[in-house]
Design a protein around this ligand. Structure first.
Ligand code: NIG
Ligand code: FE
Length: 404
């Protein structure tokens, strides 16, 4: 399976998987050196490998290592109490406005020291790997003060350094307005712009800058200012856009030149059109719609409009407590009308584009990092067909087979 490294796949090209039946890969020094028909690759390279260096994946499916382009991996605690409250009829935003939601996880994350936060996050990262993910994006946003935002980003960096999974970090100081400043949000916006962004950039702790642009959280105007300020420090914009209500988030993503706009459940037609024109990747998070019992994003409309779509778990303790991209693929097909081919493109090469790493990962191409997930299924259709199961057989990370 191959993809396009130069730009993300849109429309029909999202279905173009370049499947090689009876294929093989040759890997050297952590990189893909050759990919093609097993008969050719084996004849050419077998002599240079011992039998222990060869992996027999007959009857299985190899894909690029899966990429999750939107997670809130680094946080402390869980919120099953809020889940129970929502099942009784309270809404996500009501719970947040009453001091729960993101605020509850912020309290737990602020309280946790670096080691505790590292241990809790590492456990989740281990699970991601077991489910076939080799690269993921991780956001801050449960610190909401300079000290605690930095702690989250430092944990993410340490995980990137120590764990086989690669992490790409996003600063998301603008995830919620702290309760104490609810009535005077401008002070907090100023702190994000003047205090946090410069420090995050100085320590080189993030690649992206994300904002929760939503009624009752950050307005489009505040979001724009925060994203423009980040750009001055080299942080690339991302947006949590039009998740709960239509709020011109998609339009804003296009106008600030965001690399992606994420959620898009309520994105307007104009916003979607603008995203397509500006080349903003749409990261859809059907696990969140599923878990919040909301309407799903209109993936078909978004893809048909020419937006490159990626899929992600949105892994977080409030709106999507999962690490399973396979389940997200199932939801992509069954609840958003995507095809099995599209959901694979959306969790590999398009996901790589959504986090700016398509030159290195996201497809099985010569020269790329040898990140490969081997699934114990007879064909790729089975990946989004048999649901609620982990089909991962082996994960190869930078050429190293990790037993899973
Ligand atoms: O992407 N929408 C804002 N942020 C997260 C949820 C965070 C939380 O509830 O803890 C999201 O859905
Ligand atoms: Fe999110």
């Amino acid at each position: 399976m191959e993809g396009n490294t130069d730009r993300p796949a849109t429309k029909a090209s999202m279905s173009d998987l370049h499947v090689i039946e009876n294929g093989a890969l040759y890997i050297e020094n952590g990189k893909i050196v050759a990919v093609g028909a097993d008969s050719e690759i084996t004849a050419r390279y077998q002599h240079s490998l011992s039998s222990e260096q060869q992996i027999d994946a007959s009857g299985k499916v190899l894909t690029p290592g899966l990429i999750d382009p939107h997670t809130h991996l680094v946080h402390a605690g869980t919120r099953e109490n809020e889940y129970a409250m929502r099942l009784k009829g309270q809404t996500y935003m009501e719970i947040m406005e009453a001091g729960g939601g993101i605020h509850a996880t912020t309290r737990a994350t602020q309280k946790a020291n670096h080691e505790e936060l590292y241990e809790q996050s590492k456990k989740r990262l281990d699970q991601f790997l077991l489910h076939g993910v080799t690269t993921l994006e991780a956001k801050s946003g449960y610190g909401l003060t300079l000290e605690h935002e930095m702690k989250q980003l430092e944990v993410a960096r340490q995980l990137h350094d120590n764990h086989p999974v690669d992490l790409v970090s996003t600063f998301m100081g603008a995830h919620a307005i702290p309760i104490a400043e609810k009535d005077n949000p401008e002070n907090f916006v100023d702190r994000v712009i003047q205090e946090m962004i410069p420090e995050v950039a100085k320590k080189n702790l993030a690649t992206f800058n994300d904002v929760f642009c939503e009624r009752g959280v950050f307005t489009p105007d505040q979001s724009r200012r925060i994203l423009e300020a980040g750009k001055e420090y080299g942080l690339i914009p991302k947006i949590h856009a039009d998740e709960i209500e239509p709020y011109t988030g998609a339009e804003l993503a296009a106008s600030v030149g965001a690399i992606s706009a994420d959620h898009l459940l309520k994105a307007s037609e104009q916003g979607i059109k603008n995203m397509a024109e500006a080349g903003v990747v749409g990261v859809l998070l059907p696990g969140t719609a599923f878990f919040l019992m909301a309407e799903f994003a209109q993936a078909r409309k978004i893809i048909d409009a020419g937006v490159a779509v990626a899929l992600s778990t949105d892994a977080n303790p409030g709106s999507s407590p999962t690490i399973s991209l396979s389940f997200i693929m199932n939801l992509g097909c069954l609840k958003m009308g995507m095809t099995p081919e599209e959901v694979l493109t959306a969790t590999t090469i398009n996901a790589a584009h959504a986090i700016g790493c398509a030159n290195d990962v996201g497809s099985l191409e010569v020269g790329k990092k040898a990140d490969v997930t081997i699934f114990n299924v007879p064909n790729y259709l089975t990946l989004s067909y048999q649901y609620g199961m982990n089909h991962v057989d082996t994960v190869i990370k930078a050429g190293k087979p990790l037993v899973v």
